[in-house]
Write a protein that binds this ligand. Structure first.
Ligand SMILES: Cc1cc2nc3c(=O)[nH]c(=O)nc-3n(C[C@H](O)[C@H](O)[C@H](O)COP(=O)(O)OP(=O)(O)OC[C@H]3O[C@@H](n4cnc5c(N)ncnc54)[C@H](O)[C@@H]3O)c2cc1C
Length: 293
């Protein structure tokens, strides 16, 4: 944790920046590979801090460096090349839509996400971390893992599935079920879909994926298909898995959570389960992992 901090940051170099959404996606998301030389080690589920270059004027009128922004690490500890010398981020470019003008206002675009998405190979990135304990994986490699993501919330899960199925590491042999629920606006906005489909094909007994595409699919009531509607379709299985020790992870935008929690409480009620009590038990057992931003 926090091997590097604001006073003693780490300098990484950008290796590549790749747009990973299709033309009809709402917004732009990039996969960014950083050269770290393995000198800022982390565990799957952790985040790095990035300090964008430049300064801002703070509330006291003083010119100060920009603050740190956190990004979930989207590769395992071995990086995308399996040599332990890189780490990857999955970054959505933050833009500002001016309702009055009916156009984007470039003066108000997100500072760090635009810096990262515009970076060229060789660009220096000032980093802190790693940080975060919330999304770490269970120690028991048989434990089923349910991963719920919206948008870039998928980043830590890419690290999970690569550790589970893609990398062959002595001492790590995942034997559980990995079940991904992914929410996105449309099929152009899904992230890492090729990798996901290949896994679903190669590991049909151990890897499941279910998409909720709000602008393309309808829920059972004929409305837009949101992530909570998709989980609800499988609520019996999800509750059975949780009752028998599965871990459930939620990662993505803050706004995803109220709808999901409302659905879980409602479904629990139909099963005669007291949700606050059940939720508390999951928390105590370390089975509930929530990181939203
Ligand atoms: C634990 C954690 C993990 C995260 N993981 C990821 C991740 O994996 N991927 C990811 O993309 N993000 C992630 N984030 C979010 C990330 O840290 C940043 O918050 C995000 O990239 C926006 O930062 P920025 O510097 O681009 O925007 P900022 O410059 O901080 O601006 C924030 C927002 O305000 C808007 N804005 C700017 N100026 C104005 C103004 N004058 N008036 C109104 N609005 C304005 C911007 O357009 C932007 O949308 C994570 C956050 C946390 C806490």
């Amino acid at each position: 944790m926090n091997t590097f901090n604001i006073k003693k940051p780490f300098k990484a170099k950008v290796i590549s920046v790749e747009r990973i959404v299709g033309p009809k996606a709402t917004g732009e998301t990039c996969h960014i590979v950083l050269e770290t030389g393995g000198e800022i080690p982390f565990a799957e589920g952790q985040s790095y801090g990035v300090i964008p270059p430049g300064t801002k004027i703070n509330s006291k009128g003083k010119e100060v460096p920009h603050g740190t922004r956190l990004y979930s690490i989207a590769s395992t500890r071995y990086g995308d090349n399996f040599d332990g010398k890189t780490a990857s981020l999955c970054v959505r470019r933050a833009t500002y839509w001016d309702e009055e003008k009916g156009a984007e206002d470039p003066a108000k675009k997100g500072i760090c996400s635009n810096f990262l998405c515009d970076a060229k190979p060789g660009t220096e990135v000032t980093m802190t971390g790693p940080t975060g304990k919330i999304l770490l994986l269970p120690e028991d490699q048989k434990t089923p893992v349910i991963m719920v993501a919206t948008g870039t919330g998928i980043a830590p899960y890419r690290a999970f599935w690569r550790r589970f199925f893609i990398e062959d590491v002595p001492g790590y042999n995942f034997e559980g079920l990995a079940w991904l629920f992914m929410g996105a606006a449309n099929s152009d906005a899904t992230l890492y879909d090729e990798e996901i489909q290949a896994l679903a094909k190669a590991h049909p007994d151990q890897f499941r994926v279910d998409y909720a595409l709000s602008r393309e699919q309808k829920n059972s009531k004929g409305g837009k298909m949101y992530i909570q509607d998709k989980i609800e379709e499988y609520a019996d299985e999800v509750f059975d898995l949780l009752s028998s020790g599965a871990h459930i992870y939620f990662c993505g935008l803050k706004g995803m959570l109220p709808g999901i929690l409302e659905m879980l409480e409602r479904v629990a009620g139909t099963k005669g389960i007291d949700w606050p009590d059940f939720q508390q038990k999951l928390k105590h057992a370390g089975q509930l992992h929530i990181e939203v931003y």
